[in-house]
Design a protein around this ligand. Structure first.
Ligand SMILES: NC(=O)c1ccc[n+]([C@@H]2O[C@H](COP(=O)([O-])OP(=O)(O)OC[C@H]3O[C@@H](n4cnc5c(N)ncnc54)[C@H](OP(=O)(O)O)[C@@H]3O)[C@@H](O)[C@H]2O)c1
Length: 318
C-alpha cells in the first residue's frame, strides 16, 4: 500500500511516499481503507522531534513510528473474527492515539479503540478534521464543570483545538470569548464565539473582565498575569503547556482555589461517539482550512508548521 513514511526527524521533506506492506488485522481488529486523514500540530512535533522529549518516547536518534497521522475517516474493508461492532462496508472515523499510522491507504485498529461510525451528512475529509481538536478539548472539559452562562475565554480560538473548544463550550451553554488574530475575527464568530478579542489590539488580562474558565490552546499567555482574569474558584486549561507551566500550574492548584489543568490527553470510543452526536445535532461543525492529497504531504506539513492554520488541514487518500 501507499504511505507517507519518515525514517529521520527533520524538515517536511523527510516525509516520503513509499510502498509498504498492507497491515494484516488481528482477530479483534478492523482493516480500514483510509479515505482521509489530517495534518495536526502533533504530527509536526513528532516529525521535528520538537520538543526534545519526543525522542525519549518515540526514538532517541530516529523515529520508531515511521508513519504519522493520528486521525482518520474511511471504510471498513474487513473485520477480524472476534469483531462485533463493525462490518465490511461501515464508514468510520476516529483517532489512533499514540500509534499514529494514518498517513496510509490502510490501517488496522482494535474495534474497541477510539473509533465510531462516521457522522451522517459530512464527507470523509470533514470527519477526519473532527477528532484531533475534538478529543483534546473534550479531555480537558471533562475534568471540569461548565455551567450555563459561565464565562469562558479561549486563547488560540482559530486553531484545531481552539475551534473545537469554542464549539464545545457553546454546546454546554457557556458565554464564550475568543482570542484570535484580526483576520480570524469574523470566522471565529461564525463558529459560535459570543465575543472576540483581537490579540494584536487588546490584552485580555488588562480589560478588567473575569472568566470562570480560561483555555489557552497555543501556549501564549503569561500564567501570573492571566490569574488576575480568572475567577476565585476558576479553572485554567493549558493544553500546550511545557514543563515549567505544568509546575506553575501544580503550585497554583495546591495553594489556591484556582485549578490549573495540563498534561497529555487521553480518549476512548465514548469520546468519539460523543463528538459524532454533537455533529449530528449541528452543535459541532468540522473546520477544514485546506485540503491536500497524500502526494502533497510535504506541502501540507510546511503549511501547518507556519502555525497560522484555521482549524484543520485535511489529507485525502485516493
Ligand atoms: N496536551 C495534549 O495532549 C495536546 C493534544 C493536542 C494538542 N496539543 C497542543 O495544543 C497546541 C495547539 O494545537 P492546535 O493543533 O490547535 O494548533 P494549531 O491548529 O496549529 O493552532 C494555531 C492557531 O493559533 C493561532 N494563534 C497563533 N498565535 C496566537 C496568539 N498569540 N493568540 C491566539 N491565537 C494564536 C493561529 O492563528 P493566527 O496566527 O492567525 O493567530 C492558529 O490559528 C499545540 O501546541 C499542540 O501540541 C496538546
Amino acid at each position: 500500500m501507499k504511505a507517507a513514511v519518515y525514517t529521520q526527524y527533520g524538515i517536511p521533506e523527510v516525509l516520503q511516499l513509499k510502498e509498504v506492506a498492507k497491515p494484516i488485522p488481528k482477530d479483534n481488529e478492523v482493516l480500514l481503507r483510509i479515505k482521509a486523514t489530517a495534518v495536526n500540530s502533533g504530527d509536526v512535533r513528532l516529525r521535528k522531534a520538537d520538543p526534545f522529549a519526543v525522542r525519549l518516547f518515540f526514538g532517541l536518534l530516529r523515529p520508531r513510528v515511521n508513519i504519522l497521522g493520528s486521525v482518520f475517516s474511511g471504510e471498513v474493508e474487513s473485520a477480524g473474527k472476534l469483531v462485533n461492532r463493525f462490518k465490511a462496508g461501515d464508514q468510520v472515523f476516529g483517532h489512533t492515539n499514540m500509534n499514529f499510522g494514518a498517513y496510509a491507504e490502510y490501517i488496522s485498529l482494535p474495534e474497541d479503540g477510539s473509533l465510531a461510525l462516521k457522522p451522517t451528512g459530512i464527507s470523509h475529509h470533514e470527519a477526519a478534521a473532527i477528532p484531533f481538536g475534538g478529543v483534546t478539548a473534550l479531555h480537558f472539559f471533562k475534568k471540569t464543570i461548565i455551567k450555563q452562562n459561565q464565562k469562558v475565554l479561549i486563547v488560540g480560538a482559530s486553531g484545531a483545538v481552539g475551534s473545537a473548544a469554542v464549539q464545545l463550550a457553546k454546546s454546554y451553554g457557556a458565554i464564550v470569548t475568543a482570542v484570535c488574530s484580526t483576520s480570524n475575527i469574523d470566522w471565529v464568530r461564525s463558529i459560535g464565539a459570543d465575543k472576540v478579542i483581537d490579540y494584536a489590539k487588546e490584552d485580555f488580562t488588562k480589560n478588567g473582565e473575569v472568566y470562570d474558565l480560561i483555555f489557552d490552546s497555543v501556549n501564549t499567555i503569561s500564567i501570573p498575569r492571566t490569574l488576575k482574569s480568572l475567577a476565585k474558584s476558576g479553572t485554567m486549561i493549558l493544553s500546550a503547556a511545557g514543563m515549567s507551566d505544568m509546575l506553575q500550574g501544580l503550585w497554583i492548584s495546591m495553594t489556591s482555589k484556582k485549578k490549573v489543568l495540563t498534561g497529555v490527553i487521553s480518549h476512548d470510543r465514548g469520546d468519539i461517539l460523543f463528538l459524532k452526536e454533537l455533529i449530528e445535532k449541528n452543535k459541532l461543525m468540522p473546520v477544514v482550512d485546506r485540503t491536500y492529497t497524500l502526494e502533497q504531504i510535504v506541502e501540507a506539513h510546511a503549511y501547518v508548521e507556519r502555525g497560522h492554520k484555521r482549524g484543520n488541514i485535511a489529507i485525502t487518500i485516493k
